[in-house]
Ligand binder design. Structure first.
Ligand code: FAD
Length: 472
């Protein structure tokens, strides 16, 4: 039997359970060498996702080390690194979990064919998604452009049951050398924000699994209602783990299915939300321009403002628009690295409709600040909110941040948690915002609440005027 090692190239799949590529590698009965490569796709990450990934890598390394294995860290072009490792270790197979964004697809295609040319077995596996984007087709053989029919098509499909974690990973006789994680300096762009955001990180596979259990036991029953209330702990909070593969969508799906069977009312909605993530990937696969240009191309004619540094955009980024919902949500983003979904929809609507600012500016800001940053969900969320994306009602869905606050934060739990100005006894979270932001922003909790940059009730008119005569 061959004793040549199998390299398992980890990327956004930092887990041991339900990992088809790792499972297959272990099944070969040969030594397994786990690898993580800091290549240009990692280098290009925004500050918060890069830092969060660094935490994830560190934690995953420790987990592997507990099982007498290692995560070999190397920096450089992925193909060069893998070729070097193949040479050094005598590996004859390289396995990985598939990714779907255009950059990763181009890289992985090149890696696969180059390795194969060298006689190395190069295999990619599923795991990041439940439904491979090319397996979901309309009756006429096309792809879905609207969520509901996509959901109707996949909702009854069998989703693979999660795989158990392998036992101890067989170690090679000699481990190749690797970098020290700290030498990659992935935390550097976070500056002083790292310390503030750290308590909001749910780090690693065990923590993610425990949160899933808690969510299913205590929250999913009322999820139908609580998922819309930013002031309560009413959602799974697993997006940061899903983004880095610390938990698989299959694990979430099966937990959701069981909850539905037990009659928990919100479970079906949870399953639907997991499918929104799948839908985002479906769209990105079939229309990669989702990430870079208007998904509906007619929107190229829309008069977006493209200056990222206007006083209005700066006020939006700094949570100083004078509108409580917007400011609370933008501060939540800065302090926790996440934002409630309703907050995301409302700040995105405000930026693109009240301020007529290009969605790419908001998308880039989220990409820098979100610890759950996901290329497909972020792009879809922004384009959906802006109107240029997959939504049947873009014209008239302009959120009014004041009426939204009245509806979804009646008691002002959310607003009070995040806004310090004008309060005699601001919350610790509200104050921590001022510790997290760059000093050059010159913000103070004692400042006056500014007058609204653009009043809540005029957004609709502004947006409709801009749409006029553009032929949408
Ligand atoms: P739950 O309500 O517990 O939902 C469970 C899971 O379903 C989530 O973890 C997520 O994986 C998926 N999901 C839920 N809602 C959506 C949705 N609308 N679109 C896609 N997947 C969804 N989500 C990200 O994971 N990363 C992003 O970068 C991101 N950017 C967004 C930007 C905008 C402008 C908008 C409007 C939405 C964005 N979303 C993004 C989607 C959504 O806001 C988050 O997934 C959700 O808030 C995460 O919280 P949760 O894990 O508690 O979600």
């Amino acid at each position: 039997m061959s004793t040549s090692p199998v390299l398992v190239w980890f990327r956004r799949d930092l887990r041991l359970t339900d990992h088809p590529a790792l499972h297959a590698a272990c099944a070969m009965g040969r030594p397994v060498i786990p690898v993580f490569i800091y290549d240009e796709t990692v280098d290009q990450l925004g500050a918060a996702p890069k830092w969060r990934m660094c935490l994830g890598i560190g934690q995953f390394s420790e987990r592997l080390a507990k099982g007498q294995s290692r995560l070999i860290l190397r920096r450089g072009n992925a193909l060069d690194v893998l070729c070097a490792l193949v040479k050094e270790t005598g590996a004859t197979s390289v396995f990985w979990s598939r990714l779907y964004d255009p950059g990763a697809v181009t890289r992985d295609t090149e890696v696969k064919s180059a390795l194969k040319e060298q006689g190395v077995e190069a295999r990619s596996f599923g795991g990041h998604l439940m439904f491979e984007p090319w397996t979901v087709e309309t009756k006429t053989g096309g792809f879905y452009k609207v969520y509901t029919p996509f959901w109707n098509t996949v909702k009854t499909r069998d989703v693979d049951a999660p795989l158990p974690a392998p036992g101890r990973l067989p170690a090679p006789e000699k481990w190749p050398s690797g970098d020290d994680l700290s030498s990659w300096q992935m935390a550097q762009p976070m500056n002083r924000g790292a310390e503030i955001v750290r308590p909001h990180v749910r780090l690693g596979e065990d923590v993610a699994q425990a949160r899933l259990q808690t969510f299913i036991a205590k929250i999913v029953g009322g999820y139908d209602t609580t998922r819309d209330l930013p002031g309560v702990d009413g959602t799974s909070g697993l997006s940061q783990n899903l983004a880095l593969g610390e938990i698989s969508p299959h694990q979430c799906w099966h937990a959701g299915l069981r909850a539905r069977q037990e009659g928990k009312a919100g479970a079906e909605t949870f399953l639907k939300e997991l499918v929104w993530r799948e839908f985002a990937y479906h769209l990105m696969h079939h229309t990669p321009r989702l990430l870079s240009g208007n998904w509906k191309e007619a929107w190229d004619a829309f008069p977006w403002r493209t200056d990222p540094d206007t006083p209005e955009v700066t006020a939006w980024k700094q949570g100083r628009t004078g509108l409580q919902f917007i400011d609370a949500a933008m501060r939540e983003l800065y302090v926790t690295g996440t934002m409630h979904n309703r907050g995301r929809m409302i700040v995105a609507s405000y930026l693109t409709k009240h301020l007529l600012t290009h969605w790419k500016i908001g998308m880039a800001w989220f990409e820098d600040c979100l610890i759950d940053w996901d290329p497909a969900s972020n792009a879809m969320g922004w384009q959906w909110s802006a109107g240029s994306g997959p939504d049947a009602t873009p014209y008239f869905r302009v959120f009014n941040p004041v009426t939204q606050l009245d509806k979804f934060d009646k008691n002002r739990d959310y607003a009070n948690r995040w806004i310090a100005e004008g309060r005699s006894n601001p919350s610790a979270e509200a104050l921590s915002f001022f510790e997290a932001v760059p000093r050059r922003w010159n913000l103070s909790a004692d400042a006056q609440i500014p007058a609204p940059v653009v009043a809540a009730d005029v957004g609709r008119k502004i947006a409709l005027n801009a749409y006029e005569n553009k032929g949408f």
